[in-house]
Design a protein around this ligand. Structure first.
Ligand SMILES: Cc1ncc(COP(=O)(O)O)c(C=O)c1O
Length: 389
C-alpha cells in the first residue's frame, strides 16, 4: 500500500473532542468542550418548525442563501460600523471552522508563515499544518496575558503572510484593547501582512469592555478577513453556521475553496436563523448579561474553593492553575483524565493551547445553566482530597 499523507503526523486528534468522549464515558459534567446546555432563542427554534414544513430543503446558492447573507450584512454591518455588500463581501460556511480553513488556503502558499498568539485555539495549529504553513508563536505573557510589542514585531520581521487573532481570545479570555489592536494594525500595514480575525466570542465580553473589529480600523479593511459564527451568539453550535467577511478580491478566493469543499451550508437552518440575525440590540445586551451572570457564579465558586484562575475579560473560558492539586510527575493530560473520572468534571489540558512548555494549567468553560455550574462547583469543592488523597 502507498504511504498516506504525511501531514497528519504533525497534528493529533483534537484534545478537546477527546476530553468530551472521556466526559461522556464517565458521566462527567463537560466543562471541556465549549457549548451551552441551555436552549437557543425560542424565535429561532419556532421558525425551524415552520421551515420544516415549507422548506427550503434543497441545495443553497453556494455562498449562502441571499436572505441570510442580507441579514448578516445588516447585523454585522451594524456592529462593525461598516456598509457590507452581501453579494461580494460575505460567504456562509459550515461553522467558522470551515471559514478559517478556506481563508488560510485562500491567502497562503505552502511554506508561508502564520503569526499566532500562544495560548491559541487548538484548531489553528492543525489548520495551518493542513495548508503546509508554519506557525510563529508569540506568547501572551502571564499573569496579564499580554504580548510584548518587541517580540511581536520580531515575528513580523520574519515575513509572515498573515496574523491569525482570536478576539475575544479562547482560551486566554483576553479582549484586546484599542492600544493593542492599533499596534497590531500598524504592524500589518508596515510589513504588508493580512489580519485574519476569529471573532466568534464578539458578544461575550465583560465589565463594560468593547469589542474592537480589526476590519473597522483605519486602513485595515483591505487586508482583513473577519470570521465569526452563529454557534456561540445564538447558542446553536450544532447548526454549523459560520461566515467570513472580506473585501471582494480576497472573498473571491475564499469562495472558491468553500464551493469545492462543501457546496454550501444547510438551507433550512439558514432560513430559520434569519430571525436570530434580525434580533434587536436588546437581545445582545441580555445575552452578554447572561454570560456575565454565569461568569460571576463560576469564578466566585472557584475563588471560594481556592482554585487559582485568571479572570476572563471575555469568552466563556477560564484558565485555572492546578499546581496545588497535581501529583509529582503527573502531566496535565493525565490530570484532566483522572479529574474526569474522580471529580466527574472535565477540562482541557493547557498544553494543547500553549506553544511554551506549560504543565499546570487547565481550561474550564462556564456556558452552562446555573444548576449545572453549581453542581460542577460542588463536585470541584473537594478536588484536593479527590486528586491527592
Ligand atoms: C475560538 C474559536 N473559534 C472557532 C470555533 C468553532 O466555532 P464554529 O462552531 O463556528 O465552527 C470555536 C469553538 O469552540 C472557538 O472557540
Amino acid at each position: 500500500m502507498q504511504e498516506m499523507s504525511r501531514r497528519n503526523a504533525k497534528f493529533t486528534e483534537s484534545i478537546i473532542r477527546r476530553m468530551t468522549r472521556i466526559a461522556i464515558a464517565n458521566d462527567a459534567i463537560n466543562l471541556a468542550q465549549g457549548f451551552p446546555d441551555f436552549d437557543p432563542p425560542k424565535a429561532i427554534t419556532d421558525r425551524l418548525k415552520e421551515v420544516a414544513d415549507i422548506g427550503p430543503h434543497q441545495y443553497p446558492i453556494t455562498m449562502g442563501a441571499p436572505n441570510f447573507r442580507q441579514a448578516l450584512a445588516r447585523k454585522c454591518g451594524r456592529f462593525m460600523g461598516l456598509n457590507l455588500d452581501p453579494e461580494k463581501e460575505i460567504v456562509v460556511t459550515i461553522g467558522s471552522t470551515e471559514a478559517m480553513v478556506d481563508t488560510i488556503f485562500a491567502l497562503t502558499n505552502p511554506g508561508d508563515k502564520i503569526v499566532l498568539f500562544s495560548p491559541f485555539f487548538e484548531n489553528y495549529h492543525a489548520q495551518a499544518i493542513m495548508a503546509d504553513c508554519e506557525p510563529i508563536y508569540v506568547p501572551l505573557v502571564p499573569p496579564a496575558l499580554k504580548f510584548d510589542p518587541e517580540v511581536l514585531e520580531d515575528a513580523f520581521r520574519q515575513h509572515p503572510k498573515m496574523i491569525l487573532i482570536c478576539n475575544p481570545a479562547n482560551p486566554s479570555g483576553r479582549v484586546f484593547t484599542m492600544e493593542e489592536m492599533t499596534l497590531i494594525a500598524d504592524l500589518c500595514k508596515k510589513y504588508d501582512v493580512y489580519a485574519v480575525m476569529d471573532e466568534v466570542y464578539e458578544h461575550i465580553i465583560f465589565d463594560g469592555r468593547k469589542h474592537i473589529y480589526m476590519a473597522s480600523l483605519p486602513g485595515m479593511w483591505e487586508r482583513t478577513v473577519s470570521i465569526s459564527s452563529l454557534s456561540k451568539t445564538y447558542s446553536i453550535t450544532g447548526w454549523r453556521l459560520g461566515y467570513a467577511i472580506a473585501p471582494e478580491p480576497i472573498m473571491e478566493r475564499i469562495k472558491q475553496y468553500h464551493d469545492f469543499n462543501t457546496v454550501g451550508s444547510a438551507s433550512p437552518l439558514m432560513e430559520a436563523a434569519v430571525v436570530g440575525l434580525d434580533m434587536p440590540d436588546s437581545y445582545y445586551e441580555e445575552f452578554t448579561a447572561h454570560y456575565e451572570h454565569m461568569k460571576q457564579i463560576f469564578t466566585t465558586g472557584l475563588r471560594d474553593i481556592g482554585i487559582p484562575f485568571s479572570e476572563p475579560e471575555g469568552t466563556y473560558f477560564c484558565l485555572a492553575n492546578i499546581a496545588p492539586f497535581m501529583k509529582p510527575g503527573q502531566t496535565d493530560l493525565e490530570f484532566c483524565e483522572e479529574m474526569t473520572a474522580k471529580v466527574r468534571v472535565s477540562a482541557v489540558p493547557g498544553s494543547s493551547f500553549f506553544a511554551e512548555p506549560v504543565k499546570d494549567i487547565i481550561r474550564l468553560h462556564f456556558a452552562k445553566k446555573d444548576e449545572t455550574l453549581y453542581e460542577a462547583l460542588n463536585r470541584l469543592s473537594d478536588i484536593k482530597a479527590k486528586m491527592l488523597g
